[in-house]
Ligand binder design. Sequence first.
Ligand SMILES: [Zn+2]
Length: 275
Amino acid sequence: MTNAPNKVDGFHKLSTLWRIDYEVEALEPLLTRAAYEEAKEEVADLLGKTLPKPELDAVPLLIEGRAVITGNTVKGVFRHIISAQLTEAGKIVCVQDVKKREGVNAEDLGRRGMCGPDDPCEVCKWFGTAGRQGALYFSMLWSKGGMEEVLAAEPIPMVALGEDTKALEAEKGKGKFALLAPVKKGTVFSGWITGDNLSEVIIGAIKEVQDMSEKGFLKLGGYKTRGFGSVKITIKSIEKYRAAPLELEQKYEGDELSTFLKKCQEEYHRFLSGK
Ligand SMILES: [Zn+2]
C-alpha cells in the first residue's frame, strides 16, 4: 500500500481496504519454475533416487522449505482470464506489449494497444499498467506442507516435441527428454489478495475465476499443455476495513461469504452485459 490514495484510479480518497484470503489446490502436478540452479540438486537429493539423467530439468520454486507460486504468476493468470472475458463482452481492453507477439496487431485481436498510465482500460485499472499500481495486490502463495510433503515422489520424464521445446528452456542440449519434479496433485497453497476501494464488480470477477477453476479452466505454472498446472481456487474469507482509522467493518465467512460472493458475481455479470 505504498501508493498515495489519490493515485488509485477513479477514486479520490481511500475509504475501504479489502483482504481476500484464499487457497489454491493442485488438481494436477504443478511446476512453477525455480529461479536458481542449486534448487535442482536440492530436489534431487530430497527425492533420493538414482535419476536416469545427471540432473532434473525443472523443479518447483522453493523458498524457506515451502513450494511457492509468486504473486505475479497468479496475477498474470487472473489478468489473462478477465481480459478475455471483458474482450468477449465487447469492453475495451488493451494488450500488454510484453504479451504481444511480433507482427500481431492488437486491433486484430479485438483489443487496443497497451494503455498509458493516464488512460487505463478496465483491466489496467484493476491490475495496473507499467508505472501504475492497480487496485489489486496478489501475495505469494505458500504450500501448507513442507517440501518433503509436497514434492511428487517420482520425477516425470517427458519427451520434448515441436512447439513445446520452446517452453522447455531448461533442457536445451541435455538429451531427448526432460525430467520434471513437480509439486504433487492435492498440494494446497494459501495466500491473499488485497485491494483499495474494491467494487462488487471486481470481487465478482474474482469469484468468476474461482468458478472457472472448479471446472479445471485455471492453470498455473509451466508445462500446461502437458497435463500440468490445473488448480482449484477457494475463497475462504473476505475482510472489509474502513481505511481511516483502520477498523474491521465486516468479515465474510461461511454462508455470509457465499451470499456476498453471489451478489458480487451478479454485479460482474451485469457489468459484462453492459447493463
Ligand atoms: Zn489496459
